[in-house]
Every structure is written in C-alpha cells, then in structure tokens.
Design a binder for this molecule. Structure first.
Ligand code: FAD
Ligand code: DLZ
Ligand code: SF4
Length: 546
C-alpha cells in the first residue's frame, strides 16, 4: 500500500487536503471513532450523534465511490480508544509508505500528530487545512509588528484580499460595516420563523441508540435531534438560509426571543466546522443573493463579516497564541461554574431559556452565547477553564480552535485584551432592550440590589467596581465609570455584599426560595446569608488540555 490518509471527524469534505492525489488502487482512507475524543469533555449527546453520524455517512459516500476506507467504530472490541493507539494499529495493518493527514482543529491533536513520525518510524505529512481563507502563517504575517490585533482591521484586509463585497476597491454599499442597522429587537407579537429539520435516518438512529446507551450521563437530550449529517443536508440548509433567512439576518442579528433559539441565524456552524460546507461557497452564495437584489447590504455584510472576519480571525488568534493562550487569566477569575449552567435551574429567565434551548438543540445563537451565558460568566468571575469546558461540551459546533478564543477572549476577557480592548460586559438593561426575557422574569433588570434585583445588574456594578483600576481609562467605559463613582457608598456596599452572596450560594434565588408575597419583606441579608447549597464536583474538572 502506498499512502494511509487520515480523515478526522471535523474534516468531512471530499476536497480535504489529505485526500488530494488519492490513488484508489493503492491508498486507504483511515477514519477513527475513539473514546478519548468522545469524552475529553462531556460533549452534548447531540454533538456526539452529529459527529459520529456525519463520519459514518461520509465514509459510506467514499466507499460508494470505490475508495477503500478503513473505518474503526467506537464499539469495535479491538479499539484502543485513542488516535495514537488506532493510528499505530492501522499502520501495523496496512504497512503504508507514508501517512498523510490534514492540519487538525485542536492544538492537543496537533501535538499527537507531531509525535507519530518518530513513534511509528514512518514519514508523516501534515498538510495545510486550506478550507480556511487564511493560513496560520499568513495570520502571523498580518499580526507581526501590530500593536493591536483588531478583528475589524483583519476583516477589511480580507475583504480587499478576496474581493468579496467589493466594488472597484471600495466596500459595496459604501461602508465596511453596517452593524448600526443590525440591532433591532424582535418585533413584539411576531412569530419566529420555522426552520428546516432533518429527520434522523437509519444510520443516525443507530448512532442515537449508541449514544443514549453509552453516554447517558452526558448533557442534553436527543429527542429533538434534527441536524443534517451529510453534505446534501448541509446544502439544503444553506439554500433555506439564503432564500428565507438571509434577507432578515442583519436586522435581528442581536435580538433574543424566549423559546426561539434560531430566529434568522444561519444554523450553519456545525456544517462549516465539520467540513460539510466550505466558507468560500457560503460567502459566494450570500454575495450572489445581494447582487441579485434578494438580500440587503446590512444583512449580507453582517453575515460575510461573521465568516470572512470573525471565523478566520478567531482561528488565527488560536494558532498564533496557543498553547499559552489557554493559560492566561487576566481578570483573576476564580469562581467555580455555577450548577445552573448544566441544570438550567435558575430564576433568571434569560439564563434558564438559553440553557433549556441548548439542552434541547445543542445550539444557542451568538448573542445568547455572548451576552447571556458569556456575560454572566464574566461578571460572576468563573474560572476560565471551567466555562471553556462548558462551551466546548454543550454546543454541537464546538471545536477548540473556535470555541476557545470566543470564550477565553471575547466573552470573559481572560486574554487581557488580545481580542477585544474592553470586555463585553452588560447589565440586565442590555438584555431587557434586546429580548422579551425580562418581562417573564421575576427579577427587575433596573434593580441593582435587594430581593428583586437582577443578578446580571448586581454583578455588573460589582464587576465595574472590582476592575475599576484596569478599565477606568478606557474611553468607551468612561461614562459607566463616572456613573459608578456617583453611586452612594452605602449602595455600592450593598451591591458588593449581594454579589458576594450570590457567588457564595453558587446560584441565584431558586424558584422556590420566595413566594410572591415574601419578596418585598425580606432584606438581602435574610436572602443570602444562608449556608451554601451543596454542589456536586464540577464536570468541567474532567477537561484536560495539553
Ligand atoms: P450566524 O449568526 O448565522 O453566523 C454565520 C456564521 O458565521 C456561523 O455559522 C459561524 O461559522 C460564523 N461565525 C459567527 N460568529 C463567529 C465567531 N464569533 N467566531 C467564529 N465564527 C463565527 N462558533 C462556533 O462555530 N463554535 C463554537 O464553539 C463557538 N463558541 C462560541 C463561544 C462563545 C462564548 C461565543 C460568544 C461565540 C461562539 N461561537 C462559536 C461563535 C458564534 O456564536 C457561532 O458561530 C454562531 O452562533 C453559530 O450559529 P450560526 O451558524 O447560526 O451563526
Ligand atoms: C468531537 C469529536 C468526537 C466527539 N469524536 C471524534 C471521533 O471519534 N473521531 C474523530 O476523528 N474526531 C472526533 N471528534 C473531533 C475531534 O475531537 C477533534 O476536534 C478533531 O479531530 C480536531 O481536528
Ligand atoms: Fe435576565 Fe435580569 Fe432580565 Fe431576569 S431581569 S431575564 S435575570 S436580565
């Protein structure tokens, strides 16, 4: 045999680098389901089904085209459970001249791959993953000598380099960024759109049974599994998005609505990240819709920026700064992750709805991730590794290269400002403006302390006070710092006491802690100075990097 060609679970594309030049007469494609990858964090059950079912479909498609695939299933009794073990067994089985792989999506996996040549005494070629617009080396070239690595600068450069949404070297529509038009809340009384679902086929049902049996303790439910698992499914999802949702994507990009996790978002990240769709084709379709007059510039520019800008930028940041990036903790956050991130049991309507949606679908849209669960983790001061393990576990689209910078950098500012010069911190007022959550919540987003105070708001003012020295000089935070300074000392003290009590409890006030009649009667001390509830060991501690 000539070449053994490794295809990982997030490299499911015909044109992946490792498959280029494949000789069907002599080469074998290697695909591995391994226990270590299914458990390095307690992945959502739907993520396990999505990855494993998509891998099985992809292998079947290759085989149908006459390509030899050596597919090691998770329940193969001889399966050693790790990439290292299975690659070694496959090399012994096939005795190839060389192993060809594509650059992986995780530093952890790259470290493994780099050990194979020595361990197996075999040439190992790790090819560039050219599904992305920008290579890690090109990103490093862009980053070199810059004082700040801002996404907006990177994005403009990518627009010019690719010509996407450009007209004679000028940005289409006369502006690089139309975000100001993209902050409308969801119209009151308007029903959310119905999005396409993909009913599980026989292969997916088989994987669902495997996951239900073997990963019963993992987060999330399987009942509503409706993700596509093939390229054909992903193309249908893309068609639907371009025709039905892209025209509205911009207007409501930042809106949140209870019981409606999808709205007009792309729902494309699982397909992009697994390789079932390519970023170039997705961008090209969006630009064509704009040129044909079927989608407005604010929508198409906003969408292109997410893929050509943010997605490429976070990957660049990941490979540029790893492995040290994951270890920073600029705000000295040291609180354990509250249990309600897993259970959804909280009286905070915004958090409960977001966690409920994630458990049911493996998905939350960007503003829920950033401004609800992310903002709360930032304000609460959750330890970076714990909140990052949560994000990596619960989303079907979560892979380290994209999850880590978004969480560590964008959401919790643990990188000290590499990604954003100021944290995305917000009080309940932001959530009240952009959603219908607060109307259904027993807290009041305007209250900073006291029994009805919104925990987001309490923790926001506490956050500003705790990090005053660090952020006081930031021009965009100056107005809130002035407001902080104007708070009467007694009020600030009450806020800080309440924030400490919230953290000590490890939860907000549980739904049964107060009857409606009692709310006004209890002073904060009565509510919070109780013994801490017992907390099971955090699942996040299972995560290991390195
Ligand atoms: P849309 O809103 O329709 O956006 C279109 C596409 O743009 C997405 O499919 C995605 O590929 C890309 N995109 C948008 N924003 C980002 C971004 N900030 N970074 C990278 N790509 C982006 N995205 C993931 O793919 N995997 C993750 O694990 C992940 N973790 C996140 C964690 C946090 C704390 C935050 C704030 C964001 C995270 N994101 C992650 C980014 C973003 O929230 C998701 O890409 C998006 O919600 C996916 O849904 P969609 O396809 O409907 O996106
Ligand atoms: C996420 C995941 C899971 C759950 N299972 C597998 C697997 O069994 N085999 C595999 O090749 N990949 C899996 N993945 C993706 C990997 O954990 C990892 O993110 C990628 O290999 C990095 O490119
Ligand atoms: Fe969330 Fe506060 Fe609004 Fe309740 S009041 S939904 S906790 S922001």
């Amino acid at each position: 045999m000539r070449a053994l060609r490794l295809v990982l679970g997030d490299q499911l594309c015909d044109d992946i680098a490792a498959l280029r030049g494949l000789d069907p007469a002599q080469d074998v494609v290697l695909m591995l389901e391994v226990a270590a990858e299914t458990t390095y964090v307690p992945h959502h059950k739907q993520k396990l089904v999505l990855v494993l079912s998509a891998m099985r479909h992809f292998a079947a498609e290759l085989m149908a085209r006459g390509i030899r695939v050596d597919y090691v299933a998770l329940d193969d009794p001889a399966n050693t459970g790790s990439f290292d073990g299975e690659v070694a067994r496959a090399v012994a089985r096939h005795r190839p001249d060389r192993l060809i792989a594509t650059f992986p999506g995780e530093y952890r996996v790259l470290a493994m791959m780099r050990g194979w040549q020595g361990a197996l005494d075999l040439p190992v070629e790790i090819r560039e993953d050219d599904r992305f617009f920008v290579t890690p080396a090109a990103f490093a070239g862009w980053a070199e000598g810059r004082r700040e690595l801002r996404q907006e600068h990177f994005y403009r450069r990518q627009r010019m380099a690719t010509g996407l949404l450009m007209e004679n070297d000028k940005p289409a529509g006369g502006s690089w960024n139309f975000d100001r038009a993209n902050r409308k809340p969801w119209p009151r009384g308007k029903a959310p759109p119905t999005r396409r679902r993909f009913p599980p086929d026989a292969i997916t049902r088989e994987v669902m049974a495997l996951v239900a049996d073997r990963f019963a303790g993992h987060f999330g439910t399987l009942d509503e599994f409706a993700w596509g698992v093939t390229r054909a499914d992903a193309l249908l999802a893309l068609d639907d998005f371009i025709e039905l949702s892209l025209p509205h994507f911009g207007d409501h990009q930042d809106a949140m609505l209870a019981d409606a996790p999808f709205l007009h978002h792309g729902l494309l990240s699982p397909y992009l990240n697994l390789g079932l769709l390519g970023p170039r084709e997705v961008c090209a379709r969006a630009v064509s819709a704009y040129r044909a007059g079927r989608a407005p510039i604010n929508a198409v520019e906003g969408f292109i920026r997410q893929i050509l800008g943010w997605r490429e930028y976070v990957r660049g940041i990941y490979w540029h700064f790893m492995p040290d990036y994951a270890a920073t903790n600029a705000l000295a956050a040291d609180e354990p992750l509250p249990d309600f991130y897993w259970s959804g049991e909280t009286a905070m309507a915004c958090v409960a709805d977001t966690v409920r949606g994630i458990a049911a679908t493996g998905y939350a849209h960007h503003i829920q991730r950033l401004m609800v669960t992310g903002n709360l983790a930032l304000l609460w001061g959750v330890r970076p590794a714990e909140i990052e393990a949560w994000y990596l576990s619960v989303f079907v689209d979560a892979f380290d290269w994209v999850e880590l910078p978004n969480t560590h950098g964008m959401a919790i500012h643990a990188d000290g400002g590499i990604m954003t010069s100021k944290p995305y911190s917000a009080s309940g007022a932001y959530i009240a403006r952009m959603s219908n959550y607060c109307g259904q919540c027993r807290y009041d987003p305007k209250r900073r302390h006291g029994p009805d105070a919104c925990p987001m708001t309490t923790l926001y003012w506490d956050f500003l006070a705790r990090h005053r020295a660090r952020f006081a000089a930031h021009p965009r935070l100056r107005p809130v710092m002035l407001a902080l300074d104007r708070l009467p000392a007694a009020e600030l003290a009450a806020i800080r006491t309440q924030a400490t009590a919230l953290r000590r409890r490890g939860s907000d006030l549980g739904p049964d802690d107060l009857g409606p009649g009692e709310r006004g009667a209890l002073a904060p001390a009565d509510l919070f100075d109780r013994p801490n509830i017992s907390r099971p060991a955090s699942r996040a501690s299972r995560r290991s990097r390195g």
